[in-house]
Design a binder for this molecule. Structure first.
Ligand code: SF4
Ligand code: SF4
Length: 113
């Protein structure tokens, strides 16, 4: 059974992914600055996420079918912080909300046998 995130991608198409510009490779971090856009004096956002209908341009595939992060190893901190619900035995309201927004039921512990 594949990881539920690989059949989802909803969080990457729900939230504005904003983080400190020091995380970008232009400032010694790892996330490609070329994949971000300026937000304010301290923050950038992943391209495509600062929108009324967000969808990170680094998301590959179709939400709810087959999707994955195209820059997984160098994704920024908000993407590390958003955990799939119940993967580690705890709920994740952000995961639940994103899935519901895209017509998918929230994960349950049964998704992580
Ligand atoms: S919404 Fe939840 S299940 Fe879907 S990709 Fe994000 S963390 Fe994974
Ligand atoms: S960088 Fe990757 S994990 Fe983060 S929002 Fe974009 S596609 Fe999703």
């Amino acid at each position: 059974m594949s990881h539920p995130c690989l059949r989802c991608g909803a969080c990457c198409a729900t939230y504005r992914v904003a983080f400190h510009w020091l995380e970008t490779d232009a400032a010694g971090g790892i996330t490609p600055a070329a994949l971000t856009e300026h937000l304010d004096s301290h923050r950038v956002a992943m391209h495509g996420t600062n929108a009324y209908e967000p969808r990170c341009k680094s998301l590959v595939g179709e939400v709810g079918v087959a999707a994955h992060c195209g820059i997984y190893a160098v994704r920024p901190s908000p993407c590390h912080d958003l955990k799939p619900a119940w993967e580690d035995g705890t709920p994740s309201p952000q995961c639940d909300k994103a899935r519901l927004r895209h017509g998918m039921p929230p994960l349950t512990p049964a998704d992580f046998p």
